[in-house]
Design a binder for this molecule. Sequence first.
Ligand code: NDP
Ligand code: OXD
Length: 310
Amino acid sequence: MRILLHRADGQTEPWIKDFARHLPEAEVVVWRADEALPPCDYAVTWAPPEAMLQPLAAVKAVFLTGAGADGILKFDAQLPHSVPIVRLGDAGMGVQMAEYVTHAVLRYYRRFDEYEAQARAGQWAPLPQHNREDFSVGVLGTGMLGMRVLQALKEFGFPLRAWSRSAKSMDGVQCFHGADGLDTFLRGSRVAVCLLPLTPDTANILNRTNMCKLPQGAYLINVGRGAHVAEPDLLTLVKSGHIAAATLDVFRNEPLPVQHPFWQEPRITITPHISALTLRRESVQQIAGKIRQMERGEPVADVIDRQYGY
Ligand code: NDP
Ligand code: OXD
């Protein structure tokens, strides 16, 4: 069995070692644009270069080393639907995302960001507490990661809301769905957490019109994709105070360019796409297990639905 491995960071050795441990029968071939490849059975990549599409079209399945499939589905038309694209199923990402979002929500709820600023200015001044019942948290996207985040936030007793494509019902969470449910969902969400996949339906969803529907003084946490947010609109709304502050982990252009105005806005917290990192060992173990299932002719979990793009 041969596995074609592509790593944008060029760090292939540790992946090869982990595959040798979990799937010793496989030979791992590293993708290089300028070298002819032997035929491969499976491919492991996340956001492949266009030049890799031809070998990808010839494998039994493409395994993504991430949860989001937008990096490969931008080539949807060039990839045969007969080749399943399989994303990671948690593999240690859920708990990281829960930590990140919980931290950001608590930072705003307990006003730690304001206390940080006060401390820099040498000010000792207790601020009024936010009311928990007014601090509703609305999660856009209730998939693998959104559900894990909601589960973590339940501990703190915030009113919880969720928005998805299909109808859901969850204990202790007010659920909304579809285009018709979006307005009501947004109007009641003091904190909006974006955990949507990037698809033609969700691109730019956090535009001026939709962000204006959030209550005055709302908070935005974007951990989905940069292209969910209309960046100039967010900047305008933060400056006007309609959005009190934002925590952003993902951006239209990554790394965020040095001249980007977000760097100059103290109410925007920037992290470099680290909210839920791919854990190599867990990922290889999971992919090796799925390859074994496929070899036995069994169905595997986490196959991307090409109709919906996630
Ligand atoms: P899932 O595919 O498990 O869940 C996606 C959720 O989004 C589902 O609840 C789905 O609804 C909902 N959804 C999709 N399209 C729409 C739509 N048009 N309208 C309303 N809801 C919609 O994804 P994950 O939870 O695994 O991951 C979500 C995203 O998080 C990834 O696609 C990726 O972009 C991002 N991510 C970011 C990371 C980071 O480090 N910043 C790390 C990992 C992922 P339904 O339930 O009805 O299907
Ligand atoms: C992912 C990501 O999709 O890291 O896994 O963004």
